[in-house]
Design a protein around this ligand. Structure first.
Ligand code: PLP
Length: 425
């Protein structure tokens, strides 16, 4: 038995499914997960001393690669002063100042401990501010695991959704309407069917949780217009895209000003963090200034703030976005060329440090088309890459991530492996 198999057996006795987050269990690709004992740059080292080029990057945060010396030094420095104070600390102010500098739509913000908390709180705030109950979300967009957001399209799709998890009350699903991404008519119909009831619309402006999907031209401006027209709060969930595709997120690239933005992942530099912010007039509804309650024992934690600040300052200093886009393009072109040589249908949407490898005949533009991919081909490809030294997300419906540490030998080797793996399919 390998060390990973042994650890997994022990884990399964005490931790449901052996994991603390379900996708890690490898259920959608089969086999048994590996455990990682250390990570450096673009490389993970497993409990059995295998080295893997990592395209998961801890699901997004590690944009500078793993264990970056500057972030490590910032955490060590903060550690000297204590791990948590339960009072305001100077790092929180610096973090807030950094975030508003890059996100002009954010006039005020609050830190929390995960992306899930950020979106949950943003939804409550939108409801408190508008004094309406319903929200609209899009199929395939993931916003963490709070009750209001674990909802899928239902039979009465125009007016309410269905729970997407056991334990979510049907009554909550009544308050969430789910429409298809990239479908203006569906969105308009949802507003028409729920007049003056929509508190807010939450979207991943570029989807990263059903694979990587970009919006049609004009779609996000349409979203901005229709929410403004109906007095609904537009929430851009940039937990994944914030600081990953541009310092100011998708809203900078697309020049759209949402009312609220949620952040996480990169802004924690690898430690647990979330944040939500936006128009001051809305943010002032939060306690203690306003009636919408939200709190956190460890919110603004000094170690997490120090790691996040270091990560953001590095992005500011290095401005690595065109470098990351070149790495992404190199990967995309290598995969596309190998697939063409093989006569295999593959779609490789890519922008900057995000990409997907979809084994689909046609371009993927929403949840329905994402599901049309060849799941068996993905499984084979995943395991072939893994055995050759690449870790891709263990699901066909997750995006891939690059870091600056992938440049040079890692990306060249990865492109070779991808090409070999496709050839063998
Ligand atoms: C990861 C993610 C979340 C949830 O963040 P957690 O820190 O895992 O709770 C929310 N929204 C988006 C877009 C994400 O990618």
């Amino acid at each position: 038995m390998t060390n990973s198999e042994n650890l997994f057996e022990r884990a399964k006795r005490l931790i449901p499914g052996g994991v603390n987050s379900p996708v890690r269990a490898f259920r959608s690709v089969g086999g048994s997960p590996f455990f990682v004992k250390s990570a450096q740059g673009a490389t993970l080292t497993t409990a059995d001393d295998h080295e893997l080029i990592d395209f998961v990057c801890t699901w997004g945060p590690a944009i500078h690669g793993h264990n970056h010396p500057v972030i490590k030094a910032a955490i060590s420095e903060a550690l000297e002063h204590g791990t948590s104070f339960g009072t305001p600390n100077p790092y929180e102010v610096e973090m807030a100042e950094l975030i508003v500098k890059f996100f002009p739509s954010i006039q005020k913000l609050r830190m929390c401990n995960s992306g899930t908390e950020a979106t949950m709180s943003a939804i409550r705030l939108a409801r408190g501010y508008t004094k309406r109950d319903k929200i609209i979300k899009f199929s395939g967009c993931y916003h963490g695991h709070s009750d209001s957001l674990l909802i899928k399209a239902g039979s009465g799709a125009l007016t309410h959704g269905n729970p997407d998890s056991a334990g979510v009350p049907a009554a909550f699903a009544q308050e969430t309407v789910v429409v298809a991404y990239n479908d203006c008519a569906a969105l308009e119909a949802a507003f028409a069917a729920n007049p003056d009831q929509i508190a807010g619309v939450i979207i991943e402006p570029y989807c990263g949780n059903v694979g990587f999907i970009m919006p049609d031209a004009g779609y996000l401006s349409y979203l901005r217009e229709i929410t403004a027209k109906h007095g609904s709060v537009l929430i851009f969930d940039e937990v994944m895209t914030g600081f990953r595709l541009a310092k100011g997120g998708v809203q900078e690239i697309e020049t759209i000003t949402p009312d609220l933005t949620t952040l996480g992942k990169i802004i924690g530099g690898g430690l647990p963090v979330g944040a939500f912010g936006g128009r001051a007039e809305i943010m002032d509804y939060l306690a203690p200034d306003g009636p919408v309650y939200q709190a956190g024992t460890l919110s603004g934690n000094p170690l997490a703030m120090a790691a996040g600040i270091a990560s953001l300052k590095l992005l500011e200093d290095l401005d690595p976005y065109s470098q990351l886009d070149q790495l992404g393009a190199q990967l995309r072109d290598a995969v596309a060329a190998a697939a063409q040589a093989k006569g295999l249908a593959v779609q490789v949407p890519q922008r900057g440090a995000m990409f997907s490898i979809f084994f689909n005949e046609n371009p993927v533009r929403d949840y329905t088309t994402a599901l049309q991919g060849n799941a068996e081909t993905f499984k084979k490809f995943f395991h072939s890459c893994l055995s050759k030294g690449i870790y891709l997300a263990p699901s066909a419906f997750e995006a891939g991530f690059l870091s600056t540490a992938h440049s040079g030998a890692a990306i060249d080797r990865a492109c070779e492996i991808f090409a070999e793996a496709i050839k063998e399919l």
